[in-house]
Design a binder for this molecule. Structure first.
Ligand SMILES: NC(=O)c1ccc[n+]([C@@H]2O[C@H](COP(=O)([O-])OP(=O)(O)OC[C@H]3O[C@@H](n4cnc5c(N)ncnc54)[C@H](OP(=O)(O)O)[C@@H]3O)[C@@H](O)[C@H]2O)c1
Length: 299
């Protein structure tokens, strides 16, 4: 049976380092990291995410600011808020919760966040830094940064000689994850919906990362014996065993089967998920250190 990589425990250790770094920044430079989280509309899942981000920011000792805007907010109104937050020196990180309601041009909003405050790592300046191998001066997208931290817990910093396969090529996750693995010297294959014979591509992976959004797609025979499996997918499926109408969360990997073959595997929930919020806090404390002209902590 595979070793189950504990994302909650890894996230807690990041949060404890962030809290320490935040307190020391305040003591040294009188700067309290400020994280502004903006949510538009009434989507309950988005509200749950935003509340846990704001709560965690407070726990880290940050100045946590939440802006909740109504569904009928206009592009211009949201843009004006982002411009104000960009100009506010007490705000070091800005996160606009996605997805925005359909009438927004989300990309225009995201790209207007100053790169140095883009703690979600979605601005093209930050994406471009990862693509050119600069992992030190930008802000790295939170979920790939967190997934990478879990990979490094198993394999160390240098992935030389290892084959990594990432299923999914989104800007949010798949592409930056592939680039981070490449920067750590893995030999990387990026698979997607047009990949031929995905199962045999995956069966070659020493590190298999699944970020597709299809419940339990990765089966036992897709996993190379001894592989490390990182499951990024979050899928809500019916769970009649829990009672009528009940649901549960599963990943993109058939966990029980894959665990029989893999050497290490992340669970869903409790794997990559908790790392995303932890890395958001890490990016905020990094951004605040840079403003203070102090060396930013590494996570
Ligand atoms: N844990 C977290 O905090 C966290 C954060 C972000 C995302 N997620 C989860 O990760 C999953 C992926 O998120 P995302 O934003 O990257 O999704 P996305 O933008 O929808 O991208 C999905 C990717 O999967 C590929 N794909 C779809 N069907 C496929 C198939 N049958 N075979 C192979 N590849 C296939 C797509 O290929 P094409 O490009 O060819 O269409 C695409 O590149 C979702 O379940 C999401 O909820 C979790």
């Amino acid at each position: 049976m595979a070793f189950v990589i504990d994302g909650k425990e890894a996230a807690a250790s990041v949060i404890s380092a962030v809290t320490e770094a935040s307190a020391s920044l305040e003591a040294k430079a009188g700067i309290k990291p400020g994280l502004a989280v903006v949510i538009v509309g009434n989507d309950p899942a988005s509200h749950a995410y935003v509340n846990s981000k704001s709560k965690m920011a407070k726990q880290c000792g940050f100045n946590s600011i939440q802006h909740t805007l109504p569904e009928d907010t206009t592009q211009g109104e949201l843009q004006a808020l982002v411009d104000t937050l960009n100009a506010d020196p007490s705000v070091h990180g800005i996160l606009v919760q996605l997805p925005l309601p359909k009438h927004f041009d989300s990309d225009a909003i995201i790209q207007s966040i100053l790169p140095e405050k883009d703690v979600d790592g979605l601005n093209i300046a930050n994406a471009g830094k990862i693509a050119t191998g600069d992992l030190l001066t930008g802000l790295i997208s939170c979920t790939p940064a967190g997934a990478m931290l879990l990979v490094k817990r198993v394999h160390g910093e240098d992935l030389s000689g290892l084959n990594a396969v990432v299923i999914g090529r989104s800007n949010l996750f798949g592409k930056p994850m592939g680039l981070l693995l490449l920067a750590a010297n893995a030999t990387v294959t990026m698979a997607h919906s047009r990949t031929r014979d995905l199962a045999s591509v995956c069966a070659n992976a020493d590190i298999l990362v699944a970020a597709v959004g299809r419940a339990e797609m990765v089966r036992r025979d897709w996993v190379k014996p001894g592989a490390t499996v990182i499951d990024v997918g979050i899928n809500r499926v019916p769970a009649p065993e829990k009672g009528e109408g009940k649901t549960k969360l599963v990943g993109d990997v058939a966990f029980a089967e894959a665990s029989e073959v893999a050497a290490s595997i992340t669970p869903v929930p409790g794997g990559v998920g908790p790392m995303t919020i932890a890395m958001l806090m890490a990016n905020t404390v990094i951004a605040a250190h840079r403003v203070a002209g102090l060396g930013a902590p590494k996570f």
